[in-house]
Design a protein around this ligand. Structure first.
Ligand SMILES: [Zn+2]
Ligand SMILES: [Zn+2]
Length: 350
């Protein structure tokens, strides 16, 4: 089969290769991949900015159809449509593995970085961490959206599990990229009043996030202050940084209300300077969210099935796996929100 293999450092160290088709072991599913999303971490892998066990097939955000099963796989069967929590190989014994926070296991191994990932015709995943698509996903196009389930469930982890949101809370989302758009929709689904902050050049994205349900959008800190203090004279109950640059965090810290909570959704590229004393004086909490737990998938898959969120506008580029470079370039330049690669597979329903 074909797979996008990172085999050595350097950008020339990533290419489509002919590799043997994988065989599932006890408790595993062999999944025929419909679509695999390009994540920031795949780009980091391309640029040698993250640790990998090479050679490895990239890709951990995917959706596909079960082609083969091995041993005890619960109620999964050939033909089922699935997506999977990527950090699916842990020790199985630590406190984190035991209660489903497997991504925090010190021995976690993810597909796409340690074990072969989904940018290939087939991927092997444990049934234990796989989730079936709902009946409501009927067409292949409906199913493709579930390639976004993993990044979406990362945001679910933050907004539903790491912080508390009360109806009417004033929430600020800094950064209208794909993460910000998902954050805004999830905060709305929990009843918050959502203000999304961006730059003047982000106007198109801000219009889109507003059409998805955000209450207000702003393009300067002055506008942000005006919008927040009009709703609550003490500031924002919740701030979410979806950018990962200091000025975005600064603005969140300035605008947060006493006893507010800041949710850090973006990843910092290194140590960062911030006015922690401002948080201290306000007794505000800095909360982080990274990756998912099994419980986040249960919530996220339900929200997607019930149509509580609309991720379709976010998946705005599909390219054949063979043209992966074009897809990676679009993702790197941020010309597209979410790019998915499509292996050359055919499915019965076509
Ligand atoms: Zn990802
Ligand atoms: Zn563990």
């Amino acid at each position: 089969m074909k797979g996008l293999v990172k085999f050595e450092k350097g950008q020339a160290g990533l290419e489509i290769r002919e590799v043997p088709e994988p065989t599932p072991r006890e408790g595993e599913l062999k999944v025929k991949v419909l679509a695999a999303g390009i994540c920031g971490s795949d780009i980091h892998a391309y640029h040698d900015a993250r640790h990998l066990e090479m050679p490895v097939i990239l890709g951990h955000e995917f959706v596909g159809q079960v082609a083969e099963v091995c041993g005890d796989v619960g109620d999964f069967k050939v033909g089922d449509w699935v997506t999977t929590l990527p950090a699916c190989y842990g020790c199985g014994e630590c406190e984190y593995c035991k209660d489903g926070r497997v991504t925090l296991c010190p021995q976690r191994r993810s597909i796409g970085s340690y074990d072969d990932g989904a940018m290939a015709d087939y991927v092997i995943v444990p049934a234990k961490y796989s989730f079936k698509l709902p009946e409501s996903a009927k067409t292949l196009q409906d199913k493709k959206i579930y390639a976004l389930a993993e990044p979406f469930c990362c945001i679910v982890r933050g907004v539903y599990e790491r912080i508390d949101v009360k109806p009417g809370d004033v929430a600020v989302v800094s950064g209208p990229g794909p993460m910000g758009m998902m954050t805004a929709q999830l905060l709305k689904s929990r009843g918050a009043y959502v203000i999304v902050s961006g730059l003047p050049m982000d106007q198109e994205k801000l219009d889109l996030v507003k059409s998805m349900g955000a209450d207000e959008t702003v393009t300067s800190f002055e506008e942000l202050q005006e919008a927040v203090y009009r709703k609550n004279p003490y500031g924002a109950h919740i701030t979410c940084d979806c950018v990962g640059i200091p000025v975005s965090l600064d603005n969140c810290i300035k605008i947060i209300a006493p006893n507010g909570v800041h949710l850090e959704i973006a990843c910092w590229s290194g140590p960062v300077q911030a006015d922690l004393n401002a948080l201290f004086l306000k007794e505000a909490n800095y909360v982080t969210t990274n990756s998912t737990a099994v419980s986040s998938w249960e919530i996220g898959m339900k929200l997607m099935a019930e149509g509580k969120v609309d991720l379709k506008p976010l998946m705005n580029m599909e390219v054949p796996l063979s043209e992966w470079k074009e897809g990676f370039e679009a993702a790197i330049s941020k010309r597209k929100f979410k790019v998915v690669l499509l292996p050359d597979n055919t499915f019965d329903q076509e």
